[in-house]
Each structure stands twice: as C-alpha cells, then as structure tokens.
Design a protein around this ligand. Structure first.
Ligand SMILES: NC(=O)c1ccc[n+]([C@@H]2O[C@H](COP(=O)([O-])OP(=O)(O)OC[C@H]3O[C@@H](n4cnc5c(N)ncnc54)[C@H](O)[C@@H]3O)[C@@H](O)[C@H]2O)c1
Length: 501
C-alpha cells in the first residue's frame, strides 16, 4: 500500500533560485528545491562525497537534514563538513528494512549512492514508506554480475533494468517518485541527446517544431537521418604516480567499474543495421537489444570526440543504451519502424584502461590493491557526450568537457568524473522534489531542459561539434578488414577488429 505523501506546502516556495559564481566571476542563478523531510544518503564513496556540497547548496532542508549511511568510514569528515550525520551501517538483504526504518520516514528522500545495495528492494520499500528515491545506477545485491553460476543473460543490465521497469508498472504511475539510473551516464546523457537533436534540428530542419512527446522526439531523430547514437566518453585525467603492477586504479568506484568490465557487452540495435552480429543474442524477440558473448572489458569499438578525434574504447554495458533507444523508437504492427543503434564507448583514464587489461589477464582475479584517484590527479578532463551519426552532416557530438581544475574549484575533493555524476544526481533530486508522485522513472522520462539547467554549472564547457570523421578512417590498409564502405556508421565498421559483426 502506497502512503499519501507530499502535500504541497503553500507557505514555502516549492522551487526557487540561488546564485552561483562561475569561473569568470559572473553570478548566475542556480536551481534549488525545498525538501520538507530529511535526505538519507546511502554510500559515501567517490560520488557521495562529491554530491554532499551540492546538496547543501541546492536543496533546502530542515536543520540536521542529511543523514549518511555507509558501510565504511570513507567520507566521514566530508559529511561532517557538510553538516550531515554519518552512520556506519552495512545494509543486508535480510534486514535492510529494519536499518532504514530507523532513519527514513514518509516525506524523506533516499539517495542511494552505494554499490551492492539492491535498488529494486529500496525502490519498493521507499514506495511503501512514502519516500522519494534517487539512484545513479540500478544495483543488485552482491553475487550477480560476477557470478559464474548464473547464465550470461542473467548477468546483464537488460535483465536488471527490466525487473525495475516491471516494479514501476506494478507500483503505478502516481506512486512516490523513484528516479533510477540518473548520474552522468546513465542520466545526463539522455538529456544531452535531446539537446543535440535540437541543435541538429536548428541546422538541418529549422522549420520543425520542438518535440513535445517521445513519439515526436523519435520522429525528429528519424527525419534527421540518425542511425547511430554513441555515448562517447574519454577520461584523460592522470596522476603524478602511475599505476603499479597489481594495482587497480580508477577515477570512480573500482567495484562498480569491475562489475561492468566482467558483464557481457550490450547494445541496442537499430533499424538501419542489416542484422544481428555474430556471437550476439537478442535479449528477447522484439526487444531491439542484444548482448554479446564477450566481456565489456575485452570488447572494443570506435568513436569520436572533439578534443582527440577518433579513439577506441570499451563497448561496455550501460542502461542508457536501452532507455535512449526505447525512447527514440517508432513502432508499427510488425515491430520497429525506426530505432537508432545505441551503444556506450568508454575510454576510462589511462591507468584504469591498463588496470582492465591486467584484470582480464589475471583471469578476472582482482588485483591486490586498489586506488581511486582524487588528490593526486595533476591533469586531464572527463569528456563525456553523445555522438549522433548518419545524418547529412555525417556526425555531431555534444557534451561536457570538464577539467580536473574546474571540478576542484566547485568541490575541492572531487574529480571531473565524480562531479559530472554528482551533477546528474543533484538534477534528479531537484526534479524528484518538484515532481513527487511520478512513479519509477528514468532520465528519458524527465524534463531534459530542467535537468540540464540544474547540472550545467558543474559540467564545464558544453561543446557541440560536427565532424567528417567516420570509423572507416585509416581502416583496411595495413590489415584486411570486413568493412562496409557504403554505410560508414554500420556496426560492422564501428566494431574494432577482434570481434565479428
Ligand atoms: N550514472 C553514472 O554516471 C555513474 C557514474 C559513476 C558511478 N555511478 C554509480 O554511483 C554509485 C556510487 O559510486 P561510487 O563511485 O561512489 O562508489 P564507491 O565504491 O566509491 O562507494 C560505494 C559506497 O557504497 C557503500 N556501501 C557498499 N555496500 C554497502 C552496504 N551494504 N550498505 C551500506 N553502504 C554500502 C560503501 O561503503 C561506499 O561508501 C554506484 O552505484 C555506481 O555504479 C553512476
């Protein structure tokens, strides 16, 4: 039974605006929202620590308004500095509800920034309790993504996300809002796709009205001629002390990243593709999404971004490859009339790339030491955007180029990666407060413009760029490759050489 919650308080402005000092010293308005209950944050790792100062800045809370529940001591000092109460607490499948009931009441918000705490169980518990919920990744309890006893498909994101969507249908559209999967990617990238579509519309279809529904967004994508959307990310942040043998290094959760490396690669396959690649399986008939019998950590694809041009990254599973494709699909009685291919191509920081290579070489036995890079970073940006390809101008990238120095100016203990994700979590929290009874929603269901407004102060330069690069560039000269020269953005060309399509 879902409780009645969130009567609109008429004595307080539900949404208001604050001021924010940009790098150039100009004051701009920032978006704030008022939560009448408390905010309970689960997990205080790289993302939790980065978001705490933003929550303080943007979310008006009662005194003593933030409680942090975390299974380790990281971030205790940062929580204290943000005025939050820090509770060392390990949530387990059997008794998470007893633990949470001590701290969470109707009208509160749970911000789940942990790894290995089930989003599915927490969303259901929060709906029953009358509590808002936000996370940046749909997490299962431990023992799923790396469990050899499970089938390969059971270890996919598709299955985990489907369980969440099914729960959302059961709880109903007017249950307490639970925004799932809303960090940077998944999360903000869905809004970047919409902004990129609008930018392309201005150049290529200037008479077309701004879309108001999912069908209109999909129609715009189809009429622009977009066949492929890549979430395209290159992290160039580097520390003064390089990775050592036997050490796993990353700019965000090593546990979370290793799960993704060991999961099968997944992507959504569009209507422009001639067929399903060899070695892949449909998730189910008519799903338009596939998994490869290969680990994300050992599967490579090509993409492009403005600072470095063409690059090769990991073809990793991520929920946005399903949600963006589903949102932009047009269906008829025979199935898909239009669907873009959507994939995530990720080059993590160089030390993380080497760590992934070493991990696979160790037969997926975790390295004995781990290091998340924060204070020791000396250079680099996290360049995260979306590449929309196949149209008459070839390809267009739109996204954030956040430098480590700028990230630190906003939040001294953050890095560019954690701040981008924190900005996404903040935008979701603000949206959930403004829209408290919308049930289980993903980024593609949210107001893209409001979310970008909330996150933008923390994303650094936002860049849009056309390119004439295609994945055919430099291919087939030194080695024979099975390429498709007439359709440069087909998966056959996008994939790197060692897997067949
Ligand atoms: N959408 C995105 O753009 C994006 C990007 C990066 C990370 N993420 C997600 O954000 C979340 C946090 O990532 P991170 O880098 O901060 O992770 P992290 O590993 O740095 O921190 C995880 C936190 O979870 C806590 N935790 C783990 N098990 C717990 C339990 N049983 N009970 C209570 N607390 C527990 C840990 O104590 C720690 O504080 C993860 O779900 C990750 O996948 C999303």
């Amino acid at each position: 039974m879902v409780q009645e919650i969130f009567p609109l308080r008429t004595d307080l402005p539900h949404v208001c605006y604050g001021l924010h000092m940009t790098d150039s010293g100009v004051e701009t308005s920032i978006e704030t929202a008022e939560l009448s209950g408390r905010l309970v944050m689960i997990g205080c790792g790289s993302i939790g620590q980065a978001v705490l100062p933003l929550l303080r800045r943007h979310i008006l809370l009662p005194t003593e308004g933030i409680t942090v529940l975390s299974a380790d001591e990281r971030g205790r000092g940062i929580a204290r500095d943000a005025g939050a109460r820090f509770v060392h607490c390990y949530l387990k499948p059997g008794d998470y509800h007893r633990q949470l009931a001590k701290y969470v009441n109707a009208g509160d918000m749970v911000l789940n920034l942990s790894v290995d705490v089930s989003s599915l169980d927490l969303v259901e518990w929060c709906a029953d309790r009358g509590t808002l919920y936000v996370d940046t990744s749909i997490e299962p309890w431990p023992g799923v993504f790396d469990n050899p006893m499970l089938s390969m498909r059971e270890r996919t994101n598709f299955v985990t996300r489907e369980r969440m969507l099914r729960l959302g249908r059961r709880l109903g559209r007017d249950s307490p809002t639970a925004v799932v999967d809303h960090g940077a990617n998944p999360g903000l990238v869905s809004h970047l796709v919409k902004q990129a579509l609008l930018n392309l519309r201005a150049d290529l279809l200037p008479d077309r009205a701004v879309p108001q529904s999912a069908t209109e967004w999909a129609t715009l994508a189809r009429d622009l001629g977009i066949t492929l959307i890549q979430v395209s990310e290159r992290d160039t942040q580097a520390a003064d002390r390089p990775k050592r043998p036997g050490e796993f290094v990353n700019t965000w959760s090593i546990d979370g990243f290793v799960d993704e490396l060991m999961q099968p690669s997944e992507l959504s396959l569009g209507t422009a593709e001639p067929g399903r690649p060899a070695g892949s399986h449909w998730h189910r008939d008519g799903s338009g999404s596939i998994y490869l019998r290969r680990p994300g950590g050992g599967t490579y694809a090509r993409s492009w971004l403005p600072s470095l041009g063409g690059f090769q990254g990991l073809l990793m599973t991520h929920d946005e490859v399903f949600s963006i494709a589903d949102h932009l699909s047009l269906r008829n009685e025979r199935g898909f009339a239009y669907r873009p291919t959507v994939m995530f191509v990720y080059h993590p920081c160089d030390d993380a790339m080497l760590s992934a290579l070493e991990l696979e070489g160790r037969g997926w036995q975790m390295q004995p030491t781990k290091r998340v890079l924060t204070a020791e970073l000396v250079t680099g940006i996290d360049e995260l955007g979306v590449l929309l390809a196949g149209h008459t101008r070839n390809a267009y990238w739109y996204g954030s180029q956040l430098h480590i120095d700028e990230a630190r100016r906003h939040v001294p203990h953050a890095n560019a990666t954690s701040l981008q994700v924190a900005a996404g979590a903040l935008a979701a929290a603000v949206w959930a407060i403004r829209n408290p009874r919308r049930g289980v929603v993903e980024a593609d269901d949210l107001d893209y413009d409001q979310c970008l407004d909330a996150a933008r102060p923390y994303l650094g330069p936002m860049t849009g760029a056309y390119t004439d690069w295609t994945p055919l560039q430099g291919r087939g000269q030194l080695f024979d490759e099975d390429l498709e020269p007439d359709h440069p953005w087909e998966l056959r060309n996008v994939r790197a050489r060692q897997w067949r399509a």
